[in-house]
Design a protein around this ligand. Sequence first.
Ligand code: PEP
Length: 257
Amino acid sequence: MRKTIIAGNWKMYKTIKEAIELSNGLKRELFKLDKQGIDVVLCPPFTALSEVAEVLVESDILLGAQDLYWQDEGAFTGEVSAKMLQEAGCTFAIIGHSERRQFFGETNATVNKKIKAALANALTPILCVGETLKEREAKETFDVLEDHLHNGLDGLNKEDVLRMVVAYEPVWAIGTGKTATPEQAQEVHGYIRDLLRKLYDKETALQIRIQYGGSVKPENISALMQQPDIDGALVGGASLQVVSFTDIVKKAAEVIK
Ligand code: PEP
């Protein structure tokens, strides 16, 4: 039985003051819910991690980072290591988000190093994979996913991948208001699980959690969560408001009840 996971990617939004306000609001509202044991993860910007960690003390809400660098320390101006994130209170790290691949030169090779660094520092990597609109229209979706997974997971064994989460995020659905239909998402999630079976084994493929990400909102989470291979959501825009993110968690909890 896979535990549902709903993560909020705050991207480059929220000052420290705003992040404290949002996390306090979420802590208060989510406490009132019967979350059915769902893992809820907040991923604020680096600057607000420590403060949000303080807010989340004595709550079961988890903290994640949006990226990391693979060295523990060194002359790498502007970077933040997995070790530093762990110290700041993180237990998760988003790795290979399409915005990092698109704007900051992230490749499968750097993603792979980051996953290894996360695992070595007790962080659960959320590996983001997904095709662009051009790739989907050219019928290359499955090839792109195979490339992201095969190369992103290079050198990782079964025990490693069992400590990870995969997020399928079609690039054309991120921040665009266009969500993949539940059927489109399920088709790809099923493909990813089958690929994991081929790369590892059936048991591993059945245990690994695969989230969907791309314009997830309170209005579409229930239908997505009803799909057999969708184990939660990675939420961008709708994670920036207490009401919408709480509603997403609430609706996901209703589906798994
Ligand atoms: C994301 O940032 O990973 C994301 C899916 O964003 P949005 O929900 O805004 O599409």
